[in-house]
Design a protein around this ligand. Structure first.
Ligand code: HEC
Length: 112
């Protein structure tokens, strides 16, 4: 006889599964700054390493004055203007600006 209710209450596999889900969703919701995946690299045609560096530079250079804005908060058309406005304030090089922009537009609400 199968007892589907048992594991829910004795800390068996079901609870372990729920805990894992909580940890994973917690990590995503907390940051909102997604880590690029192979899928993002493939659909954008941009090397994963470049996207990862873009994320790192973004978190390093753009969080001094405010918490990082989630890439999905703007479309890929809106991000260049936003980053332009912030470039002088952030003291970033053209290289860094390009990396940041590549990451943000790829992970934006309308990814390229
Ligand atoms: C020297 C401080 C400073 C740095 C560094 C900085 N910002 Fe900002 N940012 C601000 C301020 C202040 C605002 C509030 C609106 C304004 O004044 O334009 C803002 C607003 C924004 C907004 C619009 C508000 C929102 O919540 O959507 C975005 C997007 C943004 N910043 C992105 C960036 C990016 C990307 C970088 C890195 C290239 C960056 N910021 C670096 C000070 C800064």
């Amino acid at each position: 006889m199968i007892r589907p209710d048992v594991d829910l209450y004795d800390g068996g596999p079901v609870r372990a599964g729920l805990l894992l889900v909580a940890v994973l969703t917690g990590a995503c919701a907390g940051a909102d700054i997604p880590t690029p995946s192979v899928i993002d690299a493939n659909r954008s045609g941009i090397a994963l390493g470049r996207l990862e560096r873009g994320r790192a530079v973004y978190l390093e250079k753009c969080t001094r004055c405010h918490s990082p804005v989630a890439p999905r908060d703007y479309s890929s058309n809106e991000w260049p203007g936003r980053v332009d406005e912030m470039t002088d304030r952030s003291k970033i090089s053209q290289d860094e600006k390009q990396l940041i922009l590549t990451y943000l537009t790829t992970m934006s609400s309308t990814p390229k």
